[in-house]
Design a protein around this ligand. Structure first.
Ligand code: NAP
Length: 247
């Protein structure tokens, strides 16, 4: 994919956080962006407006991607609006952090459904369209899926599962010229990270990161863009954007 110009991208969970940064990065490169949101209507509309005001094209589309019907409708709406689909970024995610002693089955299911199942729910109806355009899929996993983390069994399992899904999808889609990769962010400054007390950030987390800082959403967005634009011969891979916290 030589450039993003005229390409059509869906970014799930793009009203805020990493998804918003990814949507803006792709939009700035010339892609027409479907800014998916579940609850954050105004923020998603603001992201779409920002892309448009810098000369791009974007639309905010509601859809809970953990619901297979809504995920399918999201893909259909994207193709109806822009006529094709070139890029799918599976970014939507949640956490419910508890040690397994306290974690309920519902809390396990909820995180696995949103963070793992949703990626398949969107990918499945998107496949035929991505094959037509020799498209790009980027799944946002996490270093927690590689390293594990205390109190995050549900999240770690979902994110590790996403890496296995990425490798399999890459093998199945390669003959159609579609690449499928995962990006594993480290600690990135978004709402998901906002609950961590500043003292813990400064005294425990930053000292664990060789590059000495918390990541910014743009650090991840640039990696996603790289895989989409310059990653023609990269598939089934996991790109770690983590400041060295997991090597
Ligand atoms: P965030 O600020 O909490 O944002 C989460 C996003 O996911 C929101 O846009 C939210 O949309 C969306 N979302 C949640 N459930 C959804 C659903 N059922 N359908 C559609 N969208 C849904 O988190 P973030 O840090 O940007 O995280 C984005 C991704 O990066 C996640 O997959 C996360 O696991 C991963 N990640 C984050 C970090 C980090 O340190 N921040 C590290 C590694 C990986 P609504 O607001 O509209 O509900």
């Amino acid at each position: 994919m030589a450039s993003l110009e005229g390409r059509v991208a869906i970014v799930t969970g793009a009203g805020r956080g990493l998804g918003a940064a990814i949507a803006k990065e792709l939009g700035a490169g010339g892609a027409k962006v479907v800014v998916n949101y579940s609850r954050s209507k105004e923020p998603a509309e603001a992201v779409a407006k920002e892309i448009e005001s810098s000369g791009g094209e974007a639309v905010a589309v509601q859809g809970d991607v953990s619901n297979p019907e809504e995920a399918k409708r999201l893909v259909e709406q994207a193709v109806e609006k822009y006529g094709q689909l070139d890029i799918l970024v599976n970014n939507a995610g949640i956490t419910i952090d508890k040690t397994m002693k306290k974690l309920t089955t519902d809390e396990w299911d909820k995180v696995v459904t949103v963070d793992l199942n949703s990626c398949y729910y969107v990918f499945k109806p998107a496949m035929e369209h991505l094959m037509e355009t020799q498209g790009r899929v980027v799944n946002i996993s996490s270093f927690v899926g590689q390293a594990g983390n205390f109190g995050q069994a549900n999240y770690a399992a979902a994110k590790a599962g996403l890496i296995g899904f990425t490798k399999t999808a890459a093998k199945e889609m390669a003959r159609s010229g579609v690449t499928v990769n995962a990006v594993c962010p480290g600690f990135i400054e978004t709402d998901m990270f906002a609950d961590v007390p500043q003292k813990v950030v400064d005294e425990k987390i930053v000292p664990m990161i060789p590059l000495g800082r918390i990541g910014q959403p743009e650090d991840v967005a640039k990696a996603v863009k790289y895989l989409c634009v310059d990653g023609d011969y990269i598939t089934g891979q996991t790109l770690n954007v983590n400041g060295g916290v997991y090597i």
